[in-house]
Design a protein around this ligand. Sequence first.
Ligand SMILES: Cc1cc2nc3c(=O)[nH]c(=O)nc-3n(C[C@H](O)[C@H](O)[C@H](O)COP(=O)(O)OP(=O)(O)OC[C@H]3O[C@@H](n4cnc5c(N)ncnc54)[C@H](O)[C@@H]3O)c2cc1C
Length: 331
Amino acid sequence: MVFDQLRDGYDVVVVGGGAAGLSGALPLVRSRRSVAVIDAGAPRNAPAEGVHGLLGREGTPPQELVERGRAEVRGYGGHVVRGEVASAARDGDGFRVVLADGRAVRARRLLVATGLADELPDLPGLRARWGRDVLHCPYCHGWEVRDQAIGVLATGPMAVHQALMFRQLSEDVVFFAHTAGEPAAEQAEELAARGIRVVAGEAAAVETAGDRLTGVRLADGTVVARDALAVAPRMAARAKFLSDLGLFPVEHPSGVGEHIPAEPTGRTPVPGVWVAGNATDLMAQVAPAAAAGLSAGAQINGDLVAEETRRAVAARRERASSGEAERRRGR
Ligand SMILES: Cc1cc2nc3c(=O)[nH]c(=O)nc-3n(C[C@H](O)[C@H](O)[C@H](O)COP(=O)(O)OP(=O)(O)OC[C@H]3O[C@@H](n4cnc5c(N)ncnc54)[C@H](O)[C@@H]3O)c2cc1C
């Protein structure tokens, strides 16, 4: 992939070039806006083999999807720039965006589409299997582990729900109480009714053999054989670079992590800054992240059209009143 050189200024700088950012750029470049998508190149689903639940592109490798999106944005004259944004600050009626390598660029509007970081349970062996046979989302990878021996590592309030979801895909599901502790009576009854065995005690490690997960080792040394392990990472919006703008991530009401709050259109409380995708909607899969980006991009174009129209009307009135003054002087 060839990346573009960053110019001095753009109508819109999109920070993050995953599903949300690239989709956000499309309506803008197609509206003849100058756009730079600045992307650090680490989409959240990078470890996965394919993107599932995506109509028309089912199973496409994540990298291929991003490459296609970049080519589409560039096809309309948009710039796709490799880099990491370190800060963004108000600069007159726009913004100054500074990259970690020192480059800087001006933008009239910002679209934040930086996604989120999955904070995985700190269990030896687990991180290396993330996105392969350590999973979080039944819709993303559930079909791929159907009928397998699945474990659910309980670390928070969503664990029982997650176990019941994976039970739809396999009759062999084990619930590891781990740090969440044993489920309350009502939840224990639900798990028992669905044939999900509860294993008490903390897990100590994920067991692997070659390139696959083989089980979960408990603190007492017992190994419970499993083919796949579901976890629920805490999700944290990638948003540190927004602090100079007074935009900070806040705890999501569901308790699953922190996000940048925004209106349904993606408009944030900071004028001129929109957000789309996982950075604001922690649960969004690829299709909803792309849809949110598209909608935010269209909103930004509408906002620029409104600003340009206000300016044109003001200039027209100014011309009209100075023409009137000329005429009066000429009388
Ligand atoms: C293992 C795994 C598998 C998944 N599988 C599926 C699936 O099968 N189907 C599905 O629909 N969803 C799946 N998802 C969810 C999917 O990854 C998200 O829905 C999607 O990535 C959200 O898109 P996004 O554009 O908001 O964020 P991302 O795709 O994460 O893109 C954000 C981009 O911004 C960049 N970035 C971050 N900070 C900066 C910065 N400061 N400066 C510049 N760039 C920056 C990142 O490097 C990244 O390229 C999966 C998630 C995981 C973790």
